[in-house]
Design a protein around this ligand. Structure first.
Ligand SMILES: [Mn+2]
Length: 421
């Protein structure tokens, strides 16, 4: 008789994503609860499919806390395997993930090299269960696809035993509608017949199958990397991770919910109202919400028939909610505009969407011969460049080093040359 083994599949922890002290505390609570559950359930190992941290060099207090927790887990004999995500990976800088990998706290399971134009990956074998793991890192848009294209799938498919493929990309066939614009990898680029495909990057819980791919699973974030994640949670999306039991094949796959806090969500359409009406109605609705000890998300949208958007007193609303006991308030009004005073022609759900729409609209005016700088490709590249240059100077970083880092990142984005790691 064989032993039943167990592993936990976690993704997108985004530790260090929040500056707000309340959200930061919730984020760390979610991680702590997740790790505790893994210890209680006596899992053999944990897989983290990318974005453990929100950036490659996160706040050290956040790192310290996470390391302490993971050390506790390791002291119970539980192994931790992970890959970079798109957030904690940097093409030209050492990531905190590399440092912690060097200490043996966890092991980064992306091992391989490009040989004769083929990407050959090596398996990491878990010493106790003999599960065989292979990982593909998340990275800059464009590069992940390139590596998938040259992946030597045959050698991976030939390997015997219980096999897990760990990745940090959206799969084209399973991409939720709201991610329509996200780069994705067709399922045909993945090696077939692995026992489990441990996905990350898509911030939604997904369990899918396809011919030759029995179990493609995304746990989604354990808490939230972005305000949209909070909004999804507020709308009822459950957060947590997957627990998988196996012998030589999978016996059971189960989602373990990790509830971190309660939410309250209000969506308000201000269309055909003037600013005074909208203000009054909103204030009224807000008073009626039960917000005590909850994270409150407001989404205000529509086009005001009169008055300015700035006539609406959002700080007063925020104050009311806090007075009524809200833990934290997030007001999204990117979709709110005014008929009389519209200077913005572009509306969207968030900053990124607005930027992307603006770039797409304006790219036609760019007069260059390089095809990569034109059309869809060009606007994508511009968006990436914007992301790279948006990063703030780090605490201890000199102006000179910051300047150099920005230049290097811009070069990386534009030339897209990097080593496989
Ligand atoms: Mn993520």
């Amino acid at each position: 008789m064989t032993n039943i083994h167990k592993f936990a599949h976690i993704s997108d922890c985004h530790l260090g994503a929040h500056r707000n002290p309340v959200l930061r505390k919730l984020e760390s609570t979610a991680f702590e609860k997740t790790m505790n559950k893994c210890v209680d359930e006596k899992v053999d190992f944990i897989i983290i499919s990318g974005d453990l941290f929100h950036s490659n060099i996160p706040n050290m207090a956040v790192v310290n806390e996470a390391v302490k927790k993971m050390k506790e887990v390791r002291d119970e004999g539980i192994r931790i395997y992970l890959i970079y995500g798109s957030h904690d990976y940097s093409p030209n800088e050492t990531s905190i993930v590399d440092i912690l990998d060097s200490t043996g706290l966890f092991s980064r399971i992306v091992k391989g090299r490009v040989d004769d134009g083929k990407l050959k990956l090596e398996f990491t074998v878990d010493p106790e269960t003999k599960a065989r793991l292979v990982g593909m890192s998340g990275r800059k848009i464009g590069m992940e696809q390139k590596y998938f294209e040259i992946l030597d799938r045959e050698s991976l498919e030939k390997e015997e035993g219980f096999k897990i493929f760990v990745f940090h990309s959206a799969v084209t066939e399973f991409k939720p509608d709201f991610l329509a614009r996200m780069t994705s990898i067709p399922i045909s680029y993945f090696p077939k017949e692995f026992d489990y495909y441990a996905g990350g990057h898509v911030h939604r819980r997904i369990e899918e199958k396809w011919k030759g791919f029995e179990r493609v699973v995304y746990p989604g974030p354990i808490f939230a990397g972005y305000p949209q994640d909070l909004e999804q949670s507020a709308k009822g999306e459950k957060r947590g991770f997957y627990m998988v039991s196996f012998e030589d094949v999978i016996k059971r796959v189960e989602f373990v919910e990790i509830p971190t806090c309660e939410y309250s969500f209000l969506e308000y359409d201000a269309s055909n109202k003037n600013s005074t009406q909208a203000q009054e109605e909103l204030q009224q609705k807000i008073q009626e919400l039960n917000v005590a000890n909850k994270v409150v998300l407001l989404r205000i949208r529509g086009e005001l028939s009169g008055g300015k958007t700035s006539d609406i007193n959002f700080s007063q609303m925020r104050k009311t909610l806090v007075e009524n006991g809200a833990l934290h308030v997030n007001i999204n009004r990117f979709g709110l505009a005014s008929k009389e005073y519209t200077s913005l022609k572009v509306m969207g759900e968030d900053v990124r969407e607005i930027e992307s729409k603006l770039l797409k609209e304006s790219i036609g005016a760019v007069k260059v011969s390089n095809q990569n700088l034109k059309g869809e490709k060009g606007s994508k590249l511009a968006l990436e460049l914007l992301d790279a240059l948006r990063q703030a100077q780090k605490p201890n970083e000199t102006k000179k080093n910051y300047g150099e880092r920005m230049v290097n990142q811009a070069i990386q984005v534009l030339e897209l040359n990097e080593a496989f790691k």
